[in-house]
Write a protein that binds this ligand. Structure first.
Ligand code: DGL
Length: 267
């Protein structure tokens, strides 16, 4: 039977907008519902149990609003919560994301790949399994980046303090010979121009936003074949301050949007 649905997307904050951009490009006629969990950002230093609880709550809200497919636009939340979400909401496509180790390993010529990600992602069992599966003989150098997510949340994409953090986190990767760097956190996609300036033109930067959007398209076609689009529309919610979220999200999204507060029970 035909039904109309929407794609629910969430992240700890505004980072997942880098994925949402690709989803909108590939699926321009979809209704998209985005939650920035800014009241709980960053996820990178929270326990897996905390992130799992937030992910379940946000997913419950997205489904209550008509979503029938969920995108975890966050590497940290995927590592901590994708399994629990798939068990609890097993009738819905749940699309997660993880650092793009496989394409980076294919791209490197020096045999050294750097990974910039949150501490939560790097310490997860899921990331260890990913390396086990795809690293092969390539040396993987990882670097947690405390403070970088907060800079993106403030909209500080080009400021000197952001550049200093990037210089500090990129240096060990470059020193060890990385010629390919994975942006393993959705927030960092917004810092790609600054990261490029810091690391130089010869380094390959690998982001997963577009691949995730293609995966969303595929999963919807296969798993929800009778679905009708509910019409091109993007709605934004936050668990944080709505004025701040509206300002920052409008800047990153590229058009003026107003961000609504999640209802109390989802905060
Ligand atoms: N954007 C998220 C990711 O992809 C996490 C950021 C955070 O630490 O909150 O990992």
């Amino acid at each position: 039977m035909n039904h109309s649905g929407a794609i629910g997307v969430f992240d700890s904050g505004v980072g997942g907008l880098s994925v949402l951009h690709h989803v909108r490009q590939i699926l321009p006629n979809e209704r998209l519902i985005y939650i920035a969990d800014s009241g709980h950002v960053p996820y990178g230093d929270k326990s897996p149990a905390y992130i799992e609880a937030r992910s379940l709550t946000l997913t419950r809200y997205l489904l209550s609003q008509g979503a029938d497919a969920i995108v975890i636009a966050c590497n940290t939340a995927t590592a901590a919560a994708a399994h629990a979400l798939r068990v609890k909401y097993n009738k819905f496509p749940i699309i997660g994301m993880e650092p793009a180790v496989k394409p980076a390993v294919a791209a490197t010529k020096s045999g050294v790949v750097g990974v910039l990600a949150t501490v939560g992602t790097l310490e997860s069992a899921r990331f260890a399994a990913l390396l086990e599966k795809y690293a092969g003989h390539v040396k993987i150098v990882t670097q947690g980046c405390p403070g970088l997510v907060e800079q993106v949340e403030r909209g500080h994409l080009t400021e000197a303090d952001t550049r200093r953090l990037i210089e500090r986190y990129a240096a060990p990767l470059l020193v060890q010979g990385a010629d390919t760097i994975i942006l393993g956190c959705t927030h960092y996609a917004f810092l790609a121009p600054l990261i490029r300036e810091v690391v130089g033109a010869d380094i390959t930067l690998v982001d997963t936003g577009e691949a995730v959007a293609r995966q969303v398209q595929r999963r919807i076609q296969i798993e929800l074949p009778h679905r009708l689009s509910a019409g091109a529309k993007v709605e934004f919610f936050t668990s944080g301050d709505t004025e701040q979220a509206s300002r920052i999200i409008s800047g990153l999204w590229g058009e003026a949007v107003s961000v609504l507060q999640l209802p109390q029970e989802f905060l």
